[in-house]
Design a protein around this ligand. Structure first.
Ligand code: ATP
Length: 456
């Protein structure tokens, strides 16, 4: 992880937040290559789950919502973690995570505050910072960020930064049905920021207080349980396949089914897809069967009917929901970890990022072999043509070998070199493959088609 984090800083993928002010703990900014990578990942998600499916439509709801939304969803009452303080060093710790790290996940899930306190005491669990085992009792800590809307603080309304994008979808269910004439089963997808005042953020970008989610609420008829199970299983397969299509090594992925006492009160079936991070297995996405909990709650609190009228049978019902919920930042993190390799090329060590070409921040780099005006002219012209379609770079500085290494380090799949044969003989360029380091020549007129084919 340290090596990847160092590369991210050095090569402009991820920078520490507010760095010139001494930083701001556990905040991160995506640099030029990180921003491209993240955008490519989100676009690939949107293309797979929204554009290419005729049963899913998109949405872009606000971060600030009527505070009643969070009462209805249950977040005001119960979106909390058990917080304990180390009496010696004052470190604030998530009680359930301390138990999970020491005694395993079964010991940690579904425990009351009293049980968390007792388990920590009985097992004499130690503070990860100072090593003593003297903690306060566990108390409930709500993870929502609260702020004020309005010009005068005293008379303004308290509002929350959304802790998930899902609720923006539920409150727009009726609008989407009425305006887009979607028929059940159908889904609404959304990508956007979410905020949680996490007790223990960390592990680079794995757990932060501001992050991005990519979520779908998929609405189904409650009638046929076999059909619901079938749809749930299809989503399970499709979510898994999406990670494989991103180029993630399947040895590092696994499903984990939630234990009965770990399930949220509204869910009767939840699977996570986890990745084997350097610090252990961690959640990438969750797939939950939420029943009719959300729409029913919003109906109760808003007093608006959120029923669906089946156009064929004329039956009215509250649809049930299957929710695939992905983390965009965790996905970026695993593509970085998955891509990183140190190898040797012609006796020289190199660091290479083996991104799948479709998500690589830079698709190709164009070089003149040496800094001669006649080579530069052709290379610049190829660069200009390709830059209309792809994110490409032009580089003329230093030896070609050095330029290859620079591109390998940011995961550029192809380097295109213009040499004297190009201008004197054949109008062809050399294309060098990042992974095999093999080179071959193709006509300038074929380069665009070649890239298009490889980036599909
Ligand atoms: P965790 O158990 O890791 O706290 P969660 O079960 O609370 O996660 P969900 O509420 O299911 O997470 O959110 C869906 C997805 O959003 C997660 O699978 C994860 O990818 C992402 N996510 C949740 N919390 C964070 C966070 N603090 N930082 C980055 N990504 C997050």
């Amino acid at each position: 992880m340290e090596k990847v984090a160092a590369l991210c800083k050095r090569r402009g993928f991820v920078f520490p937040g507010s760095e010139i002010y001494g930083g701001f703990a556990n905040t991160w900014d995506y640099g030029p290559y990180g921003a491209e990578l993240k955008r490519n990942i989100k676009e690939f998600w949107w293309k797979t789950f929204v554009r290419e499916r005729d049963d899913v439509v998109g949405l872009d709801a606000g971060i600030l919502m009527n505070p009643k939304v969070w009462e209805a969803s249950g977040h005001v009452a119960s979106f909390s973690d058990p917080l304990i303080d180390c009496k010696k060093c004052k470190e604030r710790i998530r009680g359930d995570k301390l138990i999970e790290e020491n005694l395993g996940i079964e010991a940690a899930v579904g425990k009351t505050l009293k049980e968390v306190t007792e388990i920590i005491k009985e097992n004499k669990l130690k503070c990860p910072k100072c090593g003593t085992s003297d903690f306060t009792e566990a108390r409930s800590f709500n993870l929502m960020f609260k702020t004020h809307q309005g010009v005068v603080e005293e008379t303004s309304t308290a509002v929350y930064l959304r802790p998930e994008t899902a609720q923006g979808i539920f409150v727009n269910f009726k609008n989407v049905v009425q305006s887009c004439r979607q028929k059940i089963p159908f889904g609404i997808g959304q990508i956007g920021k979410a905020f949680r005042n996490e007790i223990a953020p960390g592990n680079f970008t794995f757990r932060t207080r501001e992050f991005e989610q990519m979520e779908i609420e998929y609405f189904v008829s409650p009638k046929d349980k076999t059909e619901i199970k079938q749809i749930f299983d299809d989503w399970k397969k499709n979510c898994w396949q999406w990670y494989l299509d991103l180029g993630i090594n399947k040895e590092n992925l696994r499903y984990r089914e939630h234990e009965k006492d770990e399930l949220s009160h509204y869910s009767s079936m939840t699977f996570d897809i986890e990745y084997k991070f350097p610090f252990g297995w961690g959640e990438l996405m969750g797939l939950a069967y939420r029943g009719d909990y959300d729409l029913t709650q919003h109906e109760k609190f808003s007093k608006e009917k959120l029923e669906y009228l089946d156009p064929f049978t004329q039956e009215k019902y509250n649809p049930h929901v299957i929710e695939p919920s992905f983390g965009a930042d965790r996905t970026v993190l695993i593509t970085l970890l998955n891509a990183y390799e140190e190898d040797t090329v012609e006796g020289e060590p190199r660091t290479v990022m083996h991104f799948d070409p479709k998500i690589a921040p830079v698709k190709a780099a164009i070089f003149p072999l040496i800094k001669k005006p006649e080579l530069i002219k052709v290379a610049e012209s190829i660069y200009k043509t390709l830059s209309k379609k792809f994110n490409v770079e032009y580089d003329e500085s230093g030896a070609v070998g050095k330029r290859y290494r620079r591109q390998d380090e940011i995961g550029t799949p192809y380097c295109i070199t213009v040499d004297f044969d190009t201008i004197e003989k054949d109008n062809m360029v050399t294309i060098r493959d990042r992974d095999t380091t093999k080179q071959h020549r193709i006509a300038i007129s074929e380069v665009e088609k070649f890239l298009e084919e490889k980036l599909k």
